[in-house]
Ligand binder design. Structure first.
Ligand code: NAD
Ligand code: UDP
Length: 312
């Protein structure tokens, strides 16, 4: 297949490009580098079957030649970016998704949306099944991301129902791994870079909020299985192992063999208190479940930051 990956120079997009190339597909990575880095795709730039286009997908998107699938991964995803680039986030979720769906329709291609557990907001049920409609503050700081992704899901289903586009929606839960930027702001790179430098880890609130961390390789396997399935309704992909942020801090400090302390800072607005995926559908439909433990995935990620830590 010839597959377009929007956000292809980002953390997840670049891992997806690697996997698609390894599976024998041609890949066109499209990225405007707002949060991505060409270093993530440098190893593929001269590779046959790989093309990189620097484009903003919120503008009209033109791709020459046949396209079989569009994997729409473009969007800033760190809470730090929700305040830094809120309008770009709303635009890429709305206009970018519209352009990518329009391209899929014009090319007769499949379309795959990278959605998020943030569609559940600060959830009132735990774990979160796909049938849960969520608890989102539309006008809060996180609303730009949550509502953009909720709109993107609605638009994807509309293109499927109205135009018959062959669509997929994955709801990704917190995923970490090599190629996250040290200054990304999300908790895994934030804790790892601080622990490696011996600086205090900043815990927002009391650190009792929970997340369930999935290693990127597990996630990409789930995504590829979903791409090849005929499933149009959203599917959660994530690791079901739920831990508190304080536990995460202690784990990172131990695995980095660091003597960093932890310091407490105010909890940001609407920070979800609990998050854990119900992955029953992924198991039933895709025969998928996360296999890489936090300890194993963190060791690989820490090794990456030890060698690439200086690259911003
Ligand atoms: P990332 O910031 O590393 O990657 C996003 C990429 O999209 C970057 O390369 C960025 O430059 C690019 N991009 C953003 N806006 C663009 C635009 N208008 N035009 C072209 N390119 C643009 O983040 P990530 O963690 O790799 O996230 C990838 C996707 O997965 C996002 O859609 C995100 O919402 C989704 N997601 C990620 C997680 C996670 O835990 N990593 C969780 C839920 C959802
Ligand atoms: N967090 C923290 N310290 C940091 C970064 C994040 O305590 O330096 C907390 C944050 O408040 C949230 C959790 O870690 O409760 C996960 O944050 P992240 O930014 O990774 O993503 P989120 O899951 O909130 O989208």
């Amino acid at each position: 297949m010839r597959v377009v990956v929007t956000g292809g120079a980002g953390f997840l997009g670049s891992h997806l490009c690697d996997r698609l190339l390894a599976d024998g597909h041609q890949v066109v990575a499209v990225d405007n580098l707002i949060t991505g880095r060409t270093v993530n795709i440098a190893h593929n730039l001269d590779r046959e079957g790989f093309t990189y286009l620097r484009r903003d997908v919120s503008e009209y998107l033109e791709i020459e030649g046949d396209v079989d699938f569009i994997m729409h991964f473009a969007s800033p995803a760190s809470p730090v970016d929700f305040e830094r680039v809120p309008i770009q986030i709303l635009k890429v979720g709305a206009l970018g998704t519209h352009n990518a769906l329009g391209l899929a329709k014009a090319k007769g291609a499949g379309f795959f949306l990278a959605s998020t557990s943030e569609v559940y907001g600060d959830p009132l049920v735990n774990p979160q099944p796909e049938s849960y409609w969520g608890n989102v503050n539309p006008i809060g700081i996180r609303g730009v991301y949550d509502e953009a992704k909720r709109f993107a899901e609605a638009l994807t289903m509309a293109y499927h129902r109205k135009h018959g586009v062959d669509t997929r929606i994955v709801r990704i839960f917190n995923t970490y791994g090599p190629r996250m930027r040290p200054a990304d702001g999300r908790v895994a790179p934030s804790f790892i870079t601080k622990a490696l430098r011996g600086e205090p880890l900043t815990i927002f609130g009391e650190g009792r909020q929970t997340r369930s961390f999935c290693y990127c390789e597990d996630l990409v396997e789930g995504i590829v299985r979903l791409m090849h399935s005929g499933e149009h309704d959203p599917v959660n992909i994530g690791n079901e192992n739920e831990i508190t942020i304080l536990e995460l801090a202690r784990t990172v400090i131990r695995l980095c063999d660091s003597d960093s302390e932890v310091v407490f800072r105010p909890l940001p607005q609407d920070d979800p208190q609990l998050r854990r995926p119900d992955t029953t559908r992924a198991r039933e439909i895709l025969d998928w479940e996360a296999g890489i433990s936090l300890e194993e995935g963190m060791k690989k990620t820490i090794a990456y930051f030890k060698t690439h830590g200086a690259e911003s």
